[in-house]
Design a binder for this molecule. Structure first.
Ligand code: SF4
Length: 325
């Protein structure tokens, strides 16, 4: 069965104006997200994962960040052409986002119940107070929060980090979005809570058939959660493949390096991706050719001249930007 493409990002270029000049944080990235499926975006810090997510949400910090080129088609419509008001409706109903730090989304001075009610008020103005209360309790229960009625009258600082994460997920899901963007949502949590939150997201996805874009530096999480994977490096797409294919036959030397850093069963889960020697190049001083050249064991003369384009390297939709292929 052919899955419905619900979001298509085409040739996205996102820039930031800084004191040292303009940097291109995302450079010509394209991908598709299918209904009911999870796309993982993986890479080290500063590779452009979160900037890609914020570009989709149109939440880039103003006035420094801006989308310089490209299209973001949500259900076929380019959301870059929408008014601020139209975009406000898409955030929530269409696309919701959860963050690593729940306090980014939660207001410390409002009770959990009031914050949930606000989401319902915004997206379902026809609901009366009782309905909003009942739906809030129901959704807290659904995300596995014990004693939800009591939690409704508590402030975010009165509940644990894992609970806050669940409240944020509840708020993100309250408006029944078609797409949930999860930016490192479990990185700050301990392994047991992380596993519970990931299971919860999978269950909710099965129930609602929403698409998920899962942003992480943890390939263990990618293996567990995703159907397809986009590997980003220094603002560009290095490789894209279905998850099994990527793990079995990685093509880009960067992906190979990431995979060699996957923690083994006998090591700690949150091993950092520090095995690849060298550093991601500064976006102020990008090399002329391949951005991975200073860390690549396979570099050739051609790699210095021009940045490689994405090309087919294997099974269905498997592409990589590397001159080895
Ligand atoms: Fe390495 Fe060259 Fe491929 Fe870049 S293009 S990853 S430098 S082999």
């Amino acid at each position: 069965m052919k899955e419905e493409v619900i979001l298509e990002v085409k040739d996205l270029v996102t820039t930031f104006d800084t004191e040292e000049g303009r940097i291109r944080a995302v450079e010509g990235v394209s991908f598709k997200v299918k209904r009911g499926q999870t796309l993982g975006i993986v890479g080290e810090s500063g590779c452009g994962k979160s900037v890609t997510a914020l570009s989709i949400m149109r939440l880039l910090p103003k006035p420094f960040g801006r989308i310089e080129r490209g299209q973001i088609l949500f259900q076929g419509q380019d959301i870059l052409t929408l008014s601020a008001e139209e975009m406000h409706r898409i955030r929530g109903f269409g696309i919701s986002m959860i963050f690593q730090e729940p306090m980014t989304a939660l207001n410390p001075v409002h009770k959990v119940g009031d914050q949930l009610r606000e989401v319902f008020q915004l997206h379902f103005p026809e609901m009366n107070d009782d309905e909003m209360w009942n739906r809030s309790v129901e959704i807290l229960k659904k995300v596995g929060i014990p004693e939800p009625v009591q939690r409704m009258s508590e402030y975010p600082h009165q509940i644990s980090g894992g609970m806050r994460q669940r409240v944020m997920i509840a708020m993100a899901l309250a408006a029944k979005p078609d797409i949930l963007i999860a930016d490192e949502p479990t990185t700050a949590l301990d392994v047991t809570i992380q596993a519970q939150i990931l299971d919860l997201m999978k269950d909710l996805q099965q129930e609602t058939h929403m698409a998920i874009i899962f942003i992480t530096h943890d390939l263990g999480v990618i293996a567990e959660m995703c159907d397809e994977v986009l590997v980003m490096y220094a603002g560009i797409a290095a490789e894209f493949a279905e998850v099994i294919e990527l793990f079995k036959t990685p093509k880009h030397p960067y992906t190979m390096g990431l995979l060699s850093s996957i923690p083994r069963l006998d090591s700690k889960r949150k091993t950092q991706l520090s095995i690849i020697k060298g550093m991601v190049p500064s976006l102020y001083e990008l090399p002329e050719g391949c951005r991975f050249i200073n860390r690549c064991a396979y570099a050739m003369a051609v790699c210095e001249k021009k940045s490689p384009e994405l090309r087919a390297v294997g099974g269905d939709n498997h592409v990589a930007s590397c001159y080895l292929y």
